[in-house]
Design a protein around this ligand. Structure first.
Ligand code: 0GY
Length: 290
């Protein structure tokens, strides 16, 4: 089936910014190829095939050494493409899987051996049908003994209703894309400050300072209106932030970002070498390679 959004950028520019040795792209995906790893029947979009070989070539081209590959909704709870990529990465990739509550302990162990270190809970209504919080909590309790964490994806307007759930999660929590703030409202708006307050109150909550291309009203290549949001989190929580390309940018319909331009946003959100080292190397190493 044809993809229902733009294909990823065919020839990204080489970024001016050079990431430090050991840098991790902590949010990216592999899709298909469909002939080998079919997409989930219940998916809400059909992606373009985005195979592991292309991801690893992009990693090298952009100056990264490692990837965290995140299971996206179009593959449902079939983590086969993810596991295949992890095996091929030779220790240079870790994974975040999607699993159901009935997953067997042996399956979890096999995922762990492949390099999975977390599960993802998706609350974005256009991407998934709702899952009861109790089901997610049962999964979180099942993976906690493995030392895994939970990645959550939600939109800013839904955070208030999720706070009581988040406080009950027994593992570290990584929030995708800064909780998707409405950039037009500004950093000081109560919606974004609710997220900052959550990170203040719960030191188990981390944030990916990623995806300016999804959040920006200004658009490429600088995505300048998103910078103050990401920078404020990097300054305030230097040890609990991660960065990722989000390649191959599923569901991007307005424009397809040049991944080189996305890398060049990094020194604007983490201006000094110490902040860059934490964001790109030390923090993801602690969470995924400890
Ligand atoms: C992302 C964002 C999106 C998609 C998914 O799991 C997914 O399908 O996460 C999106 O459409 O915003 O992080 O890849």
């Amino acid at each position: 089936m044809d993809p229902d959004y733009l294909p990823f950028h065919p020839s990204p520019s080489r970024p001016a910014y050079a990431p430090p040795p050991g840098a991790v792209d902590a949010h990216c995906h592999v899709f298909g190829p469909e002939v080998r790893f079919p997409y989930a029947p219940q998916r809400k979009y059909t992606p373009c095939d985005a195979p592991k070989e292309t991801l690893f070539a992009l990693r090298d081209y952009l100056g990264f050494e490692r990837n965290v590959i995140v299971q996206a909704t179009c593959h449902g709870t079939d983590n086969a493409a993810l596991v295949d990529a992890l095996h091929a990465a030779g220790g240079r990739a870790r994974g975040v899987a999607s699993v159901g509550p009935d997953i067997a302990d042996a399956e979890l162990l096999a995922l762990h051996e492949a390099g999975v270190r977390g599960v993802r809970f998706n609350f974005v209504k256009r991407l998934v049908d709702a899952t009861p919080h109790e089901v997610f909590l049962a999964i979180a309790h099942k993976v906690a003994p493995l030392g895994w964490h939970v990645v959550v994806y939600f939109e800013a307007e839904d955070l208030e209703d999720l706070i009581s759930f988040l406080t009950r999660v027994p593992t570290p929590i990584v929030v995708d894309h800064m909780g998707r703030p409405d950039i037009a409202k500004g950093v000081d708006h109560p919606d974004f400050q609710r997220f900052v307050n959550l990170m203040d109150a719960l030191d188990t909550v981390w944030s990916k300072v990623s995806c300016p291309e999804r959040l920006s009203l200004e658009g490429p290549p600088a995505y300048g209106d998103v910078v103050p949001f990401a920078r404020s989190l990097v300054e305030r929580f230097p040890d609990r932030v991660l960065w990722g390309t989000d390649w191959p940018h599923p569901n991007m319909k307005s424009h397809m970002p040049d991944d080189g331009s996305l890398v060049d946003v990094i020194p604007k959100i983490a201006p000094d070498r110490a902040a860059q080292q934490a964001l790109l190397v030390d923090n993801p190493s602690r969470l995924y390679w400890a």
